[in-house]
Design a protein around this ligand. Structure first.
Ligand code: ADP
Length: 283
């Protein structure tokens, strides 16, 4: 058990946003949290990442209580997070962005850019992450000039550059075209495997992505866990399908041997690293 939430309650004034949520994340899992708007997904993510202190219950990461611990402390403990809306510095290059993450991990935030140029370790570290995310050929491109698919990859890559043990992704494919979203996921899952991540948790609305990549799905509804089961079990649960999932289109195969973003999503595309096939953290 890496991450465990026990009977979490979260109140906003008198409003109960989370009402007794319990879940656990195990070694090697890719878990998706789904639910309609207002179900409590963002609140849950904020509690799981130590941003919000729960009103009741506890969250334990690697056995340590992390309720309200804050992002910086949690990153040091080994959990990183990426956001729904891309959070990159537009005027930094791809490499500078990843170097900034590497520097913050190596604990020299105060000397951030003064020491970057000559720091081979930081450079090599950032370049390795760039390669894992198919961004090495864009290392010196400004973040703002990247196509949307690459911006999203860079955002996720900078969370990976913190070298977390587990990562929490808030809609990793939001804003990415239908053509490119599976490519983004294949690159992301491939990078997670190669970097040895112990688990991935994502909040995602796109059911193709949810069903294509999850080992387990946790469906929230009105602040409670409606279901916590495998994709196949979720698919067979009429209540969950009606209340949360909706009727789906034909299932998508997640295997993309050579994930590459489409021209509009990426510009000149390069061959990518092997993804490892199945969309799981550890194959
Ligand atoms: P989701 O991410 O699933 O859409 P949220 O966690 O954002 O759900 O919200 C759950 C419920 O809590 C919603 O009804 C929302 O209006 C309410 N809520 C969220 N944040 C606040 C807040 N800061 N103050 C008051 N109510 C909030």
């Amino acid at each position: 058990m890496i991450l465990e939430a026990l009977d979490i309650r979260k109140l906003y004034g008198a409003y109960v946003a989370l009402d007794g949520v319990s879940l656990s994340i195990r070694e090697g899992e890719f878990v998706s949290i789904i639910g309609p708007n207002g179900a409590g997904k963002s609140t849950l993510i904020n509690v799981l990442t130590g941003v919000l202190q729960p009103s009741g219950g506890s969250v334990r990461f690697k056995g340590k209580d992390i309720g309200g611990i804050g992002t910086v402390a949690l990153t040091r403990l080994g959990m990183a997070r990426s956001f729904q809306l891309v959070q990159i510095f537009p005027e930094l290059t791809v490499l500078e962005t990843l170097q900034a993450a590497a520097v913050s991990r190596l604990g020299r935030g105060a000397r951030l850019f003064a020491s970057l140029a000559g720091d081979r370790r930081v450079h090599a570290d950032a370049l390795e992450v760039a390669s894992l995310f198919n961004l090495a050929d864009k290392a010196h491109v400004l973040a703002r000039a990247l196509p949307q698919g690459d911006k999203k990859l860079l955002d996720v890559a900078s969370a990976f550059a913190l070298r977390p043990e587990i990562i929490l992704l808030d809609e990793p494919t939001s804003g990415v075209s239908t053509t490119d979203k599976h490519v983004v996921m294949e690159i992301l899952v491939g990078a997670a495997k190669r970097m040895g991540l112990r688990a991935i948790i994502q909040v995602e609305h796109d059911m193709d992505i949810v069903f294509g990549y999850s080992d387990r799905i946790i469906a929230l509804h009105q602040g409670r866990v409606l279901a916590d089961a495998t994709p196949a079990q979720i698919q067979a649960d009429a209540k969950v399908v009606d209340m949360v999932v909706g009727r789906r289109r034909a299932p998508h195969s997640s295997s993309a041997p050579h994930p590459t973003l489409s021209p509009e999503g990426r510009g000149n595309s390069e061959p990518s690293p092997p993804s490892g096939g199945e969309g799981r953290v550890r194959g």
